[in-house]
Design a protein around this ligand. Sequence first.
Ligand SMILES: [Cu+2]
Length: 271
Amino acid sequence: MALALVGLSGCSPADDSDIKRLALPIGSTDRTDYVWNLWLGAWIAVLAVFLLVFGLMVYAMIRYRRRSVDEVPSQVRYNLPIEALYTFAPVVIVAVFFFHTVTAQNSILEKVDNPDHTIEVVGSKWQWAFNYLDEPTVDGASVYDQGTPADLADLYLPVDESVRFNLMSPDVIHSFWVPEFYFKMDVVPGNGPQENSFDLTPTREGVFTGRCAELCGLYHSRMLFKVHVVSRAEYDQHLQDLREQGNIGAPQGSVKAKQIAGLDDVEEEEN
Ligand SMILES: [Cu+2]
């Protein structure tokens, strides 16, 4: 336990080294620390259990080894205290993991009172559309970004400002995933309680690749998008550019998403 603590306490999610981040990408939102602590704590617990179990095994092998040809070491069977320990210890381990997972999850999913921005994420076969709902144009309609599998969708977010994401799908279940956010959530079709939503505040400028994390059909693997976390000025400029390009409205699915070379030749059972 002490060894694991000393060995892992030098790790940080902001470190440049992949090993010191324990293979996670560099965290980029106000929610990533919760996942980081869960991840680090899990590694410490796993190492502690590993050292304890293997330590006891090696100790038993040496201490209770067969010392002579004639003498068989004492055999233990149906030992109630030991069998109770076998059952109890894993239950305790699972309970501790469960407790920390639920507390981290509650913090990650906590909603802010008044998010600075609201973005509707529409995942459809097989691309994304992002409707910037609270940035109305003159006639009250929002602007949007939309991609095709050949031309990935862009999602712009201003750094250090809170965003609410509302996840919608017109067809099948997709999953919105940005590895640098340490977060993914299912995009479930239909209106009502199954409509998922989450809040976060990006804390680091950069361009990240987003993915669909739910096998949703033939071109699932091409359901990628780019997340640009930029300054507020750049964000406003991007929305202005969308207005000028005529990207006005809130598309509920990517119409262009089916324009993939070769897709016309493929029979689609679902449609
Ligand atoms: Cu998908």
